[in-house]
Design a protein around this ligand. Structure first.
Ligand code: GDP
Length: 205
């Protein structure tokens, strides 16, 4: 897939305010500071499309970006890339947390054009409780997702591999099928080709 243009379209406070669901869509989510904005900017080839967060968790909006790309057969494709507000902000109030949960659950369970959720996990850490809990919710809701490990340049490859394996092991305990895994670095553009190819293949389904 070659991305031609990527434009910010709309910020929505709730599922029902999102743009008309007439294009395939991929949503990105993860813990605060996981590297979501950096990854979105790296994938779309734009420096400031998604804002790297200086005040994490302040706004809880669903951000839609319209992507125009072409596939290997040079056919034009249009799709939405969605930046979802993340989880794991220590300072978020109970009320805000509940509002986030409701908004995210509604969006993930009801959005008809949602192809996959890309769950971002910081590759420097061993499995974190809130990441595992979120992924287990997706499984319970039957929402298709992939795991995208971020910041791979910050650790030795063996450490990254070990953390990925530990995460999969934690899921294996209860799951029959394991999700697809991508290892990325926004800094080194690692994983860009793999992710874009994955979007292209799923778009064509
Ligand atoms: P967000 O809160 O999930 O959107 O995270 P950001 O994209 O704002 O990134 C959080 C911090 O991690 C920033 O200081 C980024 O520069 C840094 N960061 C993000 N991705 C990478 C990466 O792939 N490699 C390195 N070395 N740093 C990264």
């Amino acid at each position: 897939m070659v991305i031609h243009t990527a434009k910010f379209l709309l910020s929505s406070p709730s599922f029902d305010k999102c743009p008309v669901a007439n294009k395939p869509e991929y949503a990105f989510i993860g813990r605060s500071n996981v590297g979501k904005s950096s990854l979105i900017n790296m994938l779309t080839g734009q420096k400031n499309l998604a804002k790297t967060s200086s005040t994490p968790g302040k706004t809880q909006l669903i951000n839609h970006f319209l992507i125009e790309s072409s596939n290997v057969k040079k056919q034009k494709q249009q799709w939405y890339l969605v930046d979802l507000p993340g989880y794991g902000y220590a300072k978020r109030s109970q009320t805000d947390r509940r509002r986030w949960e409701q908004m995210i659950e509604n969006y993930l369970r009801k959005r008809p054009n949602l192809v996959q959720v890309m769950v971002l996990i910081d590759s420097r850490h061993t499995p974190q409780k809130n990441d595992l809990a979120f992924v287990n919710d997706l499984d319970k809701w039957e929402v298709p997702f992939s795991l995208v490990f971020t910041k791979a340049d910050k650790e030795k490859p063996a450490v990254v591999q070990k953390n990925v394996q530990l995460f999969l092991d934690a899921l294996k305990a209860t799951w029959q099928f394991l999700p697809q895994v991508f290892i990325t670095s926004a800094e080194k553009k690692t994983g860009r080709e793999e992710l874009l190819e994955f979007f292209e293949q799923n778009n064509l389904r």
